[in-house]
Design a protein around this ligand. Structure first.
Ligand code: FES
Length: 274
């Protein structure tokens, strides 16, 4: 690995009091592997989600009421019949607007500003820094104190919207217990939808903002036993936040892919009841 371009004295590793080390890093292990896998994983998800959000096909299974999370809530008259669980708030939408456009920007914002994803893409995409003990290529480091990165501080508001979206996805998953001829029904799709929702809740509730909402700014935990109890549970979940961040990307794709296969007729849903 070559040394970073010497742009003179700056901040970070080029700060006046830092040792002048020519090598960009003295690490000899495969420190680049994790950033590489991160960028590949995130890119794969973004490409898949973008394509699926725009195609407008195979997102609803009328027989079993399976709706992919990428199109939920579907609030336009462009949505196929039955898929608008919360009514039609909008008329027909042009093809360049995804049918799930109401929540997609918030979900994107929630993930983009997530503390874990920040760490991941700061390292993998912006190399700021790429890894521990590996100098970043940037001459200056301003952290998240200026535009555009200061916007990261709105994460807590995305968290509130994510709670609402999780409720909507929960409603979709419950509605999907629908039989082909009406009444109660249960198939493999229900297990996938339900598993996805449970993990989405786990990811959302393990958010650092949730920790702050439940237990932040308390001077005496003993005076707030309920909030303290909730905070301890959220904190435990929080230790798994990175794993949940990745797992939920996987379950979102799996859920959408399964709904797409069943909706398009490529496979039949494995039914246990009706
Ligand atoms: Fe990751 Fe809030 S910190 S979702």
């Amino acid at each position: 690995m070559s040394a970073p371009a010497d742009n003179g004295v700056g901040t970070g590793v080029r700060a006046p009091k830092r040792a002048r080390i020519a090598e960009r890093t003295l690490r000899t292990d495969r420190w680049w592997l994790q950033p590489l896998l991160t960028v590949l994983g995130l890119s794969a998800f973004i490409i898949y989600a973008t394509v699926r959000s725009f195609v407008r096909t195979a997102y609803w299974v009328p027989d079993y009421h399976y709706l992919t999370p990428f199109y939920s809530p579907c609030l336009s008259t462009s949505c196929v019949e039955g898929s608008s669980h919360f009514g039609h708030w909008f008329g027909d939408l042009p093809g360049w607007i995804p049918l799930g456009f109401v929540v997609l920007p918030f979900l994107l914002g929630f993930r983009l500003t997530c503390y874990y994803y920040r760490k991941a893409y700061y390292r993998a995409v912006w190399f700021s820094p790429p890894a521990c003990a590996v100098a970043e290529p940037h001459a200056k480091y301003t952290g998240e104190t200026r535009l555009p990165l200061i916007i990261q501080n709105v994460h807590r508001y995305f968290f509130y919207v994510a709670l609402i979206v999780s409720l909507i996805n929960t409603y979709d998953a419950i509605t999907a217990f629908h039989g082909k001829t009406g009444g109660f029904g249960f198939g493999l799709g229900n297990i996938i939808l339900l598993g996805n929702v449970v993990l989405l809740w786990a990811y959302t509730l393990s958010c650092h903002s949730c920790r702050h909402v439940t237990g932040g700014r308390l001077k005496h935990f003993s005076k707030h036993p309920v909030r303290y109890w909730i905070w301890t549970k959220v904190s435990k979940l929080n230790t798994r936040h990175m794993a949940l961040a990745w797992t939920t990307l996987g379950t979102l794709v799996l859920t959408d892919f399964y709904v797409m296969l069943v909706a398009s007729g490529a496979i039949s849903d494995l039914r246990f009841v009706n």
